[in-house]
Design a protein around this ligand. Structure first.
Ligand code: OSB
Ligand code: MG
Length: 372
């Protein structure tokens, strides 16, 4: 295929309730959608991608305005110059640009959607998905007080969510976890996510989470602290899962070899796209390491694609693939609905969802058009 135009649709979507993590509080999701117009042997096609970078560099070093600038100045020109472009070779053509996996993933994603639509094939079928529904977990932000947290968790359990993930930070960890266990019992699938808020010297403190029989603790230490995660894991019964640290298949291989990751959260944006995500899935599966699909408050575009990824056989734990309503009253695609604790794997061509031009326009704050 040949890439003819990239349109970056900058959007701002209000979140249904403030979402607080150890790195801050989000009340709106700012993102950009990538619309790729391509020519293929079978005629023109359009595909959509989504950049999951956040407005500020607080989760990883990437941030939205940098991703836009990088795409405009470096990624787009490199790809416009290729006459036999495929989704599978995007990574190769962009290999000279260091870092910025989220910006690269967004472009690869749009080309993948365009190709799959031409081929009339779903992303799940292309990646090797094996189920038509996947269990749906929910990520619950840090709340001001325990009663408020219990009300939120009760609401999600009533809705049917299959697993609860509590965000924690120093000072808001043992008490909320104990309260949720006390209120809802030992059968609830429960895990925590620290978003890198602790240090290895907190090991004794984190050991106190062991009694709550959590599925896992996600990213307790810093992004680059692979060795320290391995040391921490030796001191905890709770399995250590890595999120921020797993930026590529190579990082996953190192983490597994070091004993730093008993479980891996795979986020396609964080690792540079769905193809690298699948490579990490394959690697982890060969090592007997369970994986699950993480989320970045995606709109319907990224949410649909994540659900397709989560249909691969190594995704043996419920992912952060909640229904659209968890974050947005009105999405820019059709709503993704969670029922009985699971979401349906989209079966239509590409990611299987359609961007609603009217709703997109209503949420658009700026548009960047890139042409050769
Ligand atoms: O660490 O998993 C995380 C959201 C933004 C940034 C980082 C994380 C999260 C979540 C939300 O936990 C997961 C979701 O999209 O459902
Ligand atoms: Mg996380």
């Amino acid at each position: 295929m040949r890439l003819r135009r990239l349109t970056l649709h900058h959007v701002s979507l209000p979140i249904v309730a403030p979402f607080t993590t150890s790195f801050g509080t989000e009340t709106v999701r700012e993102a950009y959608l990538v619309e790729a117009e391509v020519d293929t042997a079978r005629g023109p096609s359009v595909g959509w991608g989504e950049c999951v970078a956040m407005a500020a560099p607080v989760y990883s070093s990437e941030f939205l305005s940098a991703s836009v600038e990088l795409t405009r100045r470096w990624l787009a020109p490199l790809l416009f110059a290729v006459d036999d472009l495929t989704p599978e070779t995007v990574g190769h053509h962009l290999r000279g640009v260091v870092g910025h996996p989220m910006a690269k993933a967004a472009v690869e994603m749009a080309l993948l959607d365009a190709q799959l639509r031409t081929d009339e094939r779903s992303l799940a079928s292309y990646l090797g998905g094996v189920v038509d529904r996947v269990p749906s977990g929910v990520s619950v932000g840090i709340h001001d007080d325990v009663p408020a947290l219990l009300r939120s968790v009760a609401g999600y359990l009533d809705e049917g969510y299959a697993r609860i993930k509590l965000k924690i930070a120093p000072g808001v960890d043992l008490e909320p976890v104990a309260a949720v266990r006390r209120e809802f019992g030992d059968d609830v699938l429960l895990q925590v996510d620290a978003n890198a808020a602790y240090t290895l010297s907190d090991a004794q403190h984190l050991r106190r989470l062991d009694e709550h029989r959590l599925l896992l603790i996600e990213q307790p230490l810093g992004e680059s602290d692979l060795r320290q995660h391995a040391l921490l894991a030796q001191q905890l019964e709770t399995p250590v899962c890595l999120d921020e640290s797993i930026t590529s298949a190579e990082a996953a291989a190192d983490a597994i070899a070091l004993g730093a990751a008993a479980v891996i959260n795979i986020k396609p944006g964080r690792v540079g796209g769905y193809l690298e995500a699948r490579r990490i899935h394959d690697l982890a599966r060969a090592h007997g390491i369970p994986v699950w699909c993480g989320g970045m408050l995606e709109t319907g575009v990224g949410r649909a694609a994540n659900i397709a990824l989560a249909s691969l056989p190594g995704f043996t734990l419920p992912g952060d693939v909640s229904g659209s309503k968890r974050f947005y009253d009105e999405d820019i695609t059709e709503e993704i609905v969670m029922t009985d604790g699971s979401v349906a794997v989209p079966s239509g061509p590409g990611f299987g969802v359609t961007v609603d031009r009217g709703r997109l326009a209503a949420r658009t704050t700026a548009t960047t058009v890139l042409e050769p």
